[in-house]
Design a protein around this ligand. Structure first.
Ligand code: V07
Length: 264
């Protein structure tokens, strides 16, 4: 109750954005949106701030976009928070990043629960610091029965690694004789990926002007629409998300009555 009284009021959405939000719902929304949240360090450097200030600001954008995506009826939001390559960054920066789940969830988990959001994670959690693991596991458990937006964090995630893990598991099953090699289909491979409980992304967004996938969901993005923007992640807001969604809807509209497989 007290947290409700002291929570900072979110600025109201302007009327133009409300109109866009309503209009977007007349057409098919992307059910699953994946985002590569790039440009946090650059945002900070541009302001002569330390890179970690950009990460903190980026975390605020995570909150804003999660709330908005849930409100407009997006079913799954996958966010690339930490890649397996990110360990190569300076130790101080990595230590700071590993604190962000606690930082975000410490204050924000009750709100996520109230919004009926379910937190999930893909990636390898074994090598994470205990405090990071604890914060994420707790959020996953506390939101397990929520059936609103799935907020899926890719954390210590690398897509090639994910594929290698699934190949190993399948080979193991074949060797044990519990599946035969001619039962290996695309569906079977998909079912061994960390995303096995999720639908495939309909829309991928990458911020900050980089036009590459950086080892993110390589298998799952096979049929996904891509949307790239120069906007840095800390500057990304609800109207940027609407730009991406409207672009997705225009592309889908162009295909008319054709089924997805007919246009590929
Ligand atoms: C991180 C903020 C967003 C921009 C990208 C880099 C920095 C939220 C989380 C997070 C992850 C798991 C979880 C709860 C929150 C996060 C990292 C970096 C490593 F269960 N933002 N954010 N994790 N940034």
């Amino acid at each position: 109750m007290l947290s409700k009284l002291i929570r900072k009021k979110q600025p109201a959405l302007n009327s133009e954005l409300i109109k866009r939000k309503e209009l977007s719902q007349l057409e098919q929304l992307p059910s699953h949106i994946s985002i590569i949240m790039d440009g946090n360090g650059r945002w900070a450097t541009k302001r002569t701030l330390p890179r970690i200030a950009g990460h903190y600001e980026g975390m605020k954008t995570v909150k804003k976009i999660t709330k908005f995506a849930n409100e407009i009826g997006i079913k799954t939001l996958s966010l690339y928070a930490f890649s397996t390559e990110n360990w190569r960054r300076p130790k101080k920066e990595v230590d700071y990043l590993m604190r962000l789940p606690e930082e975000l969830l410490g204050k924000y988990l009750p709100e996520l629960i109230e919004q009926n959001v379910r937190v999930t994670m893909i990636g390898n959690h074994e090598l994470l610091p205990e405090h990071t693991k604890r914060a994420i596991t707790n959020a996953i458990e506390e939101t397990l029965h929520n059936d609103g937006l799935i907020l899926n964090f890719a954390f210590n995630y690398g897509s090639r690694d994910e594929i290698v893990q699934s190949v190993k598991q399948i080979v193991n099953k074949v060797q044990l004789g519990s599946i035969s090699s001619n039962e290996i289909t695309e569906e079977l491979v998909s079912s061994y990926l960390m995303t096995n409980e999720l639908t495939e992304p309909d829309l991928l967004i990458r911020t900050s002007g980089e036009i590459r996938l950086s080892n993110f969901m390589l298998w799952q993005l096979a049929y996904t629409e891509f949307w790239f923007t120069d906007t840095l992640w800390p500057d990304f807001d609800e109207s940027c998300l609407m730009d991406a969604i409207e672009s997705y809807q225009r592309r889908n509209r162009k295909y008319g009555g054709l089924k997805q497989e007919e246009v590929n």
